[in-house]
Write a protein of this length. Structure first.
Lengths: 145, 396
């Protein structure tokens, strides 16, 4: 389909890092079923490095591709780099997304940030809440959670 | 390999229709409004096509107006009835919650102009009852517009009975028969229909051409001003090749209507039975009063667009009512109208068959859908929560 780039279709058809990490160090879930997309990211973190990242996604082709690409982009990277991952970088790595699908890349960025926030909280690491998304700040959908 | 199961969106043109069109692009290319022989040859063909289409619908040729398709016909029918009603101070229109947007958006426009619109509930099976129409008709009702069959879930409406109620109450009755024409019997007189819209590309005719039938005496309001074509009700040189293709396609479809319906119904029910085996799936729309070629399901825990993309990879062309495929944030208004909640409406799949669909296609499709649904559920966090009991199933 011409709707998506080859890169998106590749990550959609052969998604990397699908699954669950048992005993994950951080888990982040964003979106809701009413909106039609939920992304859940699991992180294994050791020595301030993202050792492993896995995801589960309920959503459209670009949501699955964004999850796959985003997890690829943070694996093996320091936590600080994962925290700095932007949706724009995900979109660029996917060779673009249609305008009405950019939201999917935002979900990927936010799911990773939430997983990192979870990691900080579990380990009692101080962090700046301003760095993390919250559902109220998102204007994508009007669904009530 | 390609299995095309999106015939509700559009159909492949029949060879009959294609061949009926060719001479009108090549040898008989005159403008029907021209006085010379080339023009008059086209005018004769046009008159013949109008007559043949009228015969298929059970009306007279003078009651047929050619339009650019179903949407234009719906717009013109509703706006004309509204104009007629307004003259008598009647500004109330009755319709249903799951009409095509060509109807619903036209009604929205009229609401802004001071009309009141009542949208009737269509129940879980997707069928509106004549009694509901009777109860909703008021002194100031100028139009009832109810589709013959729903484009997404295929449910067939009791239009003859609704038409009878409208006749009794002296209210105009329009039906959007875009999905029905060529697939279900139509006889506008016997079915008490005052106005009817149809579109050729839904029954193996060309795109960009349709019909508005309006009973004699109903004054149509032109949407396009210009020349005196179509008795002044629709300006613009007639699309003669497309009209010839439409006439041929409609005649062919009506001639084989019963045998096609019997064949498609058999395949449809096999497909429904096969897909029903998928756990936590539900058929949308009435199982019996249903277009012969329409299948529509919701599968819990997955999203429709990814389902469509993976089916396309397996060679199956289908459609979905998920928000992601509509370009809006809300899933199909039709699925919401029959009471499907957002969560499961996003996971819908429509498969619409044609006369070319085979039993092998159906068997292959059942297997493919089962595989893809299972695969997507395997990566869905919702599905994990459902099977582990953290979340309650909506579809049992």
């Amino acid at each position: 389909m011409a709707l998506y780039s080859e890169k998106v279709m590749d990550h959609f058809r052969n998604p990397r890092n699908v699954g669950v990490i048992e005993n994950a160090d951080g888990i982040g879930e964003v979106g809701n079923a009413k909106c039609g997309d939920i992304m859940k990211i699991y992180l294994k973190i050791k020595d301030d490095m993202i050792e492993d990242a896995k995801f589960e996604t309920f959503g459209c082709g670009s949501a699955i591709a964004s999850s796959s690409m985003a997890t690829e982009m943070i694996k093996g990277k320091p936590v600080s780099q994962a925290l700095a991952l932007t949706n724009k970088a995900v979109v660029e790595a996917l060779d673009g997304l249609p305008a009405h699908k950019v939201h999917c890349s935002v979900l990927a960025e936010e799911a990773i940030k939430k997983a990192l926030q979870d990691y900080y909280e579990r380990n009692g690491i101080a962090y700046d809440p301003q760095q993390f998304p919250n559902c109220e700040s998102c204007t994508h959908c009007t669904a009530e959670n | 390999m390609r299995i095309y199961l999106d015939n509700g969106a559009t159909t492949k043109m029949s060879q009959t229709a294609i061949h009926a069109m060719l001479p009108y692009m090549d040898t008989i290319y005159g403008n029907p409004s021209s006085l010379h022989s080339a023009g008059q040859a086209a005018a004769e063909a046009l008159a013949d096509a109008r007559q043949r289409i009228a015969a298929c619908l059970g009306c007279s040729a003078a009651e047929i107006t050619f339009t650019s398709g179903g949407s234009e016909a719906d717009n013109q029918a509703i706006l004309s009835a509204a104009r007629l009603g307004a003259r008598k101070g009647k500004r109330h229109i009755i319709s249903t919650a799951f009409e095509h947007h060509a109807v619903l958006h036209t009604l929205k426009k009229l609401e802004k102009e001071g009309f009141t619109v009542t949208l009737l509930d269509v129940h879980e099976n997707g069928i509106v009852l004549p009694e509901q129409v009777r109860d909703a008709i008021r002194e100031d009702t100028c139009l009832v517009t109810v589709m013959y069959a729903n484009n997404e879930i295929g449910s067939i409406q009791p239009i003859r009975e609704i038409g009878a109620v409208c006749r009794e109450k002296g209210v105009l009755f329009h039906t959007d028969a875009v999905q029905a024409a060529g697939h279900l019997p139509i006889h506008v007189q016997e079915q008490n229909i005052d106005m009817l819209s149809l579109s050729a590309h839904k029954f193996h005719g060309p795109k960009g051409i349709g019909v508005l039938y309006a009973r004699k005496g109903i004054l149509l309001t032109p949407l396009i001003e210009g020349g005196a074509q179509e008795r002044g009700k629709r300006a613009g040189t007639e699309n003669v090749p497309a009209i010839m293709g439409m006439a041929a396609a409609l005649e062919e479809a009506c001639e084989h209507l019963d045998e096609n319906a019997a064949k498609l119904t058999g395949l449809r029910d096999k497909l429904i039975a096969g897909l029903s085996e998928i756990p936590h799936s539900i058929l949308n729309g009435d199982a019996v009063h249903r277009l012969p070629g329409n299948v529509n399901f919701c599968f819990e825990g997955i999203e429709g667009e990814s389902l469509l993309l993976l089916l396309d990879d397996k060679g199956i062309c289908a459609s979905s009512g998920s928000a992601c495929t509509s370009g809006s944030l809300d899933p199909s208004h039709v699925l919401l109208a029959i009471g499907r909640v957002h969560d499961i409406a996003h996971g819908s799949l429509r498969l619409t068959l044609s006369e070319e669909t085979t039993a092998e296609d159906v068997a292959y499709t059942i297997q493919a859908v089962k595989e893809v649904v299972a695969y997507l559920r395997g990566m869905s966090p919702i599905w994990r929560e459902l099977v582990s009991g953290q979340r309650e199933f909506i579809i049992q």
